[in-house]
Design a protein around this ligand. Sequence first.
Ligand SMILES: O=C(O)CCC(=O)C(=O)O
Length: 337
Amino acid sequence: MDTKVLSSGIRYSNLPESFIRPESERPRLSEVLACDNVPIVDLGCEDGAQVVQQIGYACSNYGFFQVINHKVPDEVVADMLLVASEFFKLPLEEKLKIYSDDPTKTMRLSTSFNMKKEKVHNWRDYLRLHCYPLDKYISEWPSDPPLFKEIVSRYCIEVRKLGFRLQELISESLGLPKDHIRNVLGEQGQHMAVNYYPPCPQPDLTYGLPGHTDPNALTILLQDLQVAGLQVFKDGKWLAVNPHPNAFVINLGDQLQALSNGRYKSVWHRAIVNADRERMSIASFLCPCDDALISPAKPLTEGESGAVYRDFTYAEYYKKFWSRNLDQEHCLELFKN
Ligand SMILES: O=C(O)CCC(=O)C(=O)O
């Protein structure tokens, strides 16, 4: 590759060597199934008990679901998608000013996943932002496109409200008080990954992001409506989650798997790339505060197996997560009792 990022305007006719996965790790796109019954939860439904029941079903059987009537205004979503795509169209020199492969930076443009650690790279550029508290981080965000800060901050505020509402519903679906998850997670951080996957000359040889689970508590994903690419792993098969209009995809992260004592799954998911078209996705991550003690709710450990995972702080978990490759075994396995 001639530049540090993929969004350089160069259209590759062959996949550079460093992105080619060994045969056994390739996505086998012909074996992927369409997921026709992705749980869709209507948050506008007046029957609250039904919403809680649907969320509980989706969390224990899928580890992800989509939400509609989520109260994030349509224009906030549309503006976010537009400004994200304008960002990746900026001149290369402008973008390279904020390039970094240091995962500890709170604002950076980067490529692949963890350039320093991984052997094979992924066909993705991403802008990573810390978003909470907004007044701490907003000054370091890009000032180009000119409306970037205004639009992205509105989006972050709305998505945070949605995330908290979902955490309450998830607590209730576990039979816990509705503020349980928020109380355990403390003052939650919020991060964003604006993912840009350029057209890829050989999508069957590489990934946008290989299979992984999210290390945080809850992920709220906005998918490009025009180009599919998200796949989730269920019952031994990869399923394609096609974008649904006006919906967000909600992924449970590793911390909710631990808090639920393994009842709910932090789902394996991956992004594949497209030969002809670029794709974008915007992931918002709600993260426990660093010193939150992740410990399963007592009523959930009363069965024979007791607590599945040992107690740990989020800071300890996050450090471990970034010290590894994305596609290794589930990081939670390292915290089992
Ligand atoms: O692009 C996607 O659909 C998935 C993105 C994702 O998994 C992530 O940013 O962690």
